[in-house]
Design a protein around this ligand. Sequence first.
Ligand code: SF4
Ligand code: SF4
Length: 355
Amino acid sequence: MKALRLDQADLERWFANWAKTREVYAPLEQSSTSQSISATRSYVDWAILRDGRFPVLDRGLPKSPIKKFFLPQPEVLFRSSTKKDDPDAFVLKEPEEQKDRRVLVGVRPCDARSVELNNLPFEKDPYFQSNRARTAIVGFTCRDRCQTCFCEAVGGSPVGTEGMDIAVTQLDDLYIAEVITDRGEELVQEGGGAPEASEEEISRLKESKEQVKSLFSSMSDLDHSLEAMKAKDLFALYNAPFWSQLADSCINCGTCTFLCPTCYCFDIQDEVVKGTIRRIRYYDSCMFPLFTLQASGNNPRGQKVQRVRNRFMHKFKYFPDRFGPFSCVGCGRCIRECPVNIDIREVLRDLLAVE
Ligand code: SF4
Ligand code: SF4
């Protein structure tokens, strides 16, 4: 695999050159003001990279995952109109395919991997595939562990490159860019190239990755859970009492699923606004009682405990049974943002502990 050496100015040159023909997004500082308590809060989230700014990479993961670039909120599936002078009124037509190319810069290994996992159920979805074809991923491997991440326990790695076109690793004074795909090679050419890394620099890259991997596993008490979870018969725990205890504190707000990079439940609705008809697909959540409410009035997951159990069974039983890997990349967003502090790592520990 080709490995190039860059300094920060080289990376900035790449970003500026890409921005001539593509939309470049990166984690950047944002702020929001609450009128009710007159307070301003700052956070890091995805935004267009311009004006010589550099991605913010030292404040943990961006607030939202990158799924919004592949599963936008909402996705317009069909359009039509109700206008009398429109010969195609009420005839649903697919919207024009969006072809604007985009680059996401500063994607961490967990988020890049989530695109590969979501590709499994959406392999034949033309909307997801079209968004995927026009979105390049320039990842940055991790150096520090966030308090809430556990990627290695669910099959990922802090230095993993799955889902990336280019993987950049910072080595104190320089960056090494590994070019993984043809699209990555195209980006290098568009960026203006860079010299190949020397053998000594490649050895430093390997050494640094090994150090990060052992740092992460030394800080994790879930490090050896992957095989144990795979071997566990979760159906045998379907009626375990701890689901009720867990459900007692959950308020079914859906925050965990909306911010999860690998949750993809959706609903489809038709809307008419000022003569324009849109059939849209938008995020839904298995934590909401309406999600499974049937026209007959029957609701197979009408109780909160059933919905809470489903969230974890889907991630660790149903999805792996069908596709192989767990439907979780260990990003920790659900832990960080849950208003009642439900911690998926504790759920994993409980699942492993129940006989
Ligand atoms: S964020 Fe927490 S409280 Fe809200 S639905 Fe998820 S687990 Fe329940
Ligand atoms: S379940 Fe939680 S930790 Fe796992 S990918 Fe989703 S948000 Fe991240």
